[in-house]
Write a protein that binds this ligand. Structure first.
Ligand code: KIV
Ligand code: ZN
Length: 537
């Protein structure tokens, strides 16, 4: 039977659905699978894998995650209360060990009048219809969740009427979204209490808080104190606009302040939090702000003398949780040219990654090559290598060589050779620096071969570790020159190398291959493009 065991707060992770709706955070289906695997290691209770009706790519990603995810973890798919959506969502999750259908419709007058252009009675009827449909199609054991979009701005008596009716129709979870991040903890807690008193015996009450006023975590915790037993959260607080309540903040608050949440725990393996945060940040290209709670680079750094003195004497003086509890380890094993596979495997385990088989062989080869190129292979280097592998894409456009000259005040001149589906082409170009010259040369080889060239919309470079021999990590975002306007597909690409020009070209070519793959298969085949749906929450 669906439901949440007593004493448990169900962690519903929506990084792959709401998180991915953040503009520019789009992931390929393969990248979504990588994140889902990390969420399994993190032991969330439910993975909301996507919105299958939004695109073929999202359908496929949800279907694959549903088939692969085991260990008692639910796989949820979102659907509007509209013919076609729930059917598509059910099709995508039917292979899951624990299918979780999530249907939603807006209930606030603002949304009903201006967005859906329907009245309250119609919205109520649709909600009941699709909750009942989900129950009928998926059977008694499945989780059927109903969300009243913009609940916190909905007339409260009407909202309660809707919740009562959907539970009667078969919903086993009712979700209270603070869609626009408008609620204040005390009032949100009271709203949750009212829903718990009304339907809490027959259904799980869930909350879904956005962070527009910076209150998403506070509202979520107030909800738990008032009887909510499912919380919808994302890694790094990723999500539309200011994002969603962050998983790491909510989970660590539950763990660090147990007396505030008597007899309540989550089953999250908190030592996996850092690895999850890094992976999501890397694949989406959304950097984590240094002062972000729990996962920011400074979250456990102590700069001032007084703090350092206190922490050396006893970490409890300034640390309310240990870095180890969120997976920040200062492991003693170092990796060098003479290290073995076993040592590398243990090191990766300490860093929160279980690497085996051919993945271990590949990582080992890359780590030893890196140990040849730089003095010391750091934890950050190894994490960068593993993340680079997670973001690999099938490549029909391959770089076979490049050359560049650049001097003080002069233009740079570069040439590249690139094979496009087996045919090698070369071009020369000049530019305002070596990277610009080479990117232009890449564009000139691709235009005749593909009929478009990539248009760079963002370029970022950072050093993975300290020292002049550090690896450079490059992030680019690109669209096709033939694809303009607000709906254009924008993809990211990452490159990693001790030579920053190689890293830049690597990132550019990853983006090219993603764009090319999307073009061959139709935008939707490899890519998740949830913004295609016009009335996403
Ligand atoms: O923010 C929102 O209202 C949503 C719902 C679909 C849960 O994302
Ligand atoms: Zn949302």
């Amino acid at each position: 039977m669906p439901g949440v065991p007593a004493g448990h707060v169900r962690i519903f992770d929506t990084t792959l659905r709401d998180g991915e709706q953040a503009p520019g955070a789009g992931l390929t289906a393969a990248e979504k699978l990588e994140v889902a695997r990390q969420l399994v290691r993190l032991k969330v209770d439910v993975i909301e894998a996507g919105f299958p009706a939004a695109s073929e790519g999202d359908f496929e990603a949800v279907r694959r995650i549903a088939l692969e995810t085991r260990g008692g973890i639910g796989v949820a798919a979102l659907a509007r209360c509209r013919d076609g959506d729930p059917q598509r969502a059910i099709e995508a999750i039917k292979g899951a060990e624990r299918p979780h259908l999530h249907v939603f419709i807006a209930t606030s007058d603002i949304h009903l009048k201006h967005k859906l252009r329907i009245d309250r009675t119609t919205a109520l009827k649709e909600a009941v219809k699709w909750a009942a449909y989900g129950r009928k199609m998926l059977g008694a054991d499945a989780e059927i969740e109903f969300s009243a979009e913009d609940a916190s701005r909905t007339d409260i008596d009407y909202l309660m009427q809707v919740y009562e009716a959907v539970v009667e129709a078969g919903a086993s979870t009712i979700n209270i979204p603070d869609t626009v991040g408008y609620a204040i903890p005390s009032e949100f807690g009271a709203l949750v209490r009212r829903a718990v008193d009304l339907v809490g015996r027959d259904a799980t009450v869930s909350v879904h808080c956005h962070n527009d006023l910076g209150l998403a975590t506070a509202n979520t915790l107030a909800a738990v104190q008032n009887g909510a037993r499912q919380v919808e959260v994302t890694i790094n607080g990723l999500g539309e606009r200011a994002g969603n309540a962050s998983l790491e903040e909510v989970v660590m608050a539950l763990r660090t302040r147990p007396t505030q949440f008597p007899d309540l725990v989550s089953r999250v393996q908190t030592e996996q939090i850092t690895a999850a945060s890094r992976l999501v940040s890397y694949l989406t290209g959304f950097a984590v702000q240094p002062n972000k709670a729990i996962v920011g680079a400074n979250a456990f750094a102590h700069e001032s003398g007084i703090h350092q003195d206190g922490v050396i004497k006893n970490p409890l003086t300034y640390e309310i949780m240990t870095p180890q509890s969120v997976g920040l380890t200062g492991s003693q094993l170092t990796i060098g040219k003479l290290s073995g596979r076993r040592g590398l495997q243990q090191k990766m385990r300490d860093l929160g990654h279980e690497v085996t088989g051919t993945a271990l062989d590949d990582l080992y080869t890359a780590a030893i090559a890196l140990a040849d190129a730089k003095k010391e292979v750091t934890d950050a280097d190894l994490l960068a290598l593993i993340e680079q592998r997670a973001a690999e894409v099938p490549s029909s456009v391959v770089l076979s060589g490049w050359n560049v000259t650049s001097s003080h005040e002069g233009k740079a001149a570069g040439s590249v050779s690139i094979s496009v589906e087996g045919i090698t082409r070369s071009a020369d170009a000049t530019g305002n620096g070596p990277v610009d010259a080479l990117f232009r040369a890449v564009d000139d080889t691709l235009q005749p071969a593909l009929g478009w060239h990539p248009v760079l919309t963002e370029y970022e470079i950072k050093a993975v570790s300290a020292g002049e021999d550090a690896q450079g990590q490059v992030l680019v975002r690109c669209r096709r020159s033939s694809d303009e306007g607000p709906g254009a597909l924008v993809v990211s690409g990452h490159g990693l190398h001790t030579n920053i020009i190689e890293a830049s070209l690597g990132a550019y070519l990853v983006a090219v291959n993603k764009l090319h793959g999307a073009e061959i298969n139709g935008v939707s085949a490899g890519f998740v493009s949830p913004r295609a749906a016009e009335d996403l929450p």
